[in-house]
Ligand binder design. Structure first.
Ligand code: FES
Length: 114
């Protein structure tokens, strides 16, 4: 269990597979976070800003369990936040996301693995 209350950020039907939902800082209470609906059917959440530069990962491309940055093409693992390819060398943060019926629930600041 998490000590942080989740935020309902949208519904499952709003985010088809291969699409992303940007949750602004005003909603997360921290930084912008993007929820990704990966091709495996699972939902994942990462900090929206690329660790290499000022790009929004919400505008990137999902392939398998990776998101490719739209600016210079670095790939990050949606499951772990690991920077997989150059030019990014710094991992990003994961956030726990759950599906409750039709609702997408985000736990800002709680790592996906906890
Ligand atoms: S800003 Fe993302 S790879 Fe450069």
């Amino acid at each position: 269990m998490s000590s942080v209350d989740p935020i309902r950020v949208g519904s499952v039907s709003e985010v088809p597979e291969g699409e992303a939902l940007l949750v602004p800082a005003a909603t997360t209470g921290t930084v912008p976070i993007t929820v990704f609906h990966a091709e495996d059917g699972e939902f994942y959440a990462l900090d929206d800003r690329c660790t290499h530069g000022a790009a929004s990962l919400a505008e990137g491309w999902i392939e398998d369990d990776q998101i490719e940055c739209p600016l210079h093409g670095a790939a990050f693992c949606l499951r772990t936040g690991a920077a997989l390819t150059l030019p990014a060398t710094v991992d990003t943060r994961t956030h726990r996301v759950e599906v409750d019926g039709e609702d997408l629930l985000l736990y800002p600041g709680t790592p996906a693995s906890s």
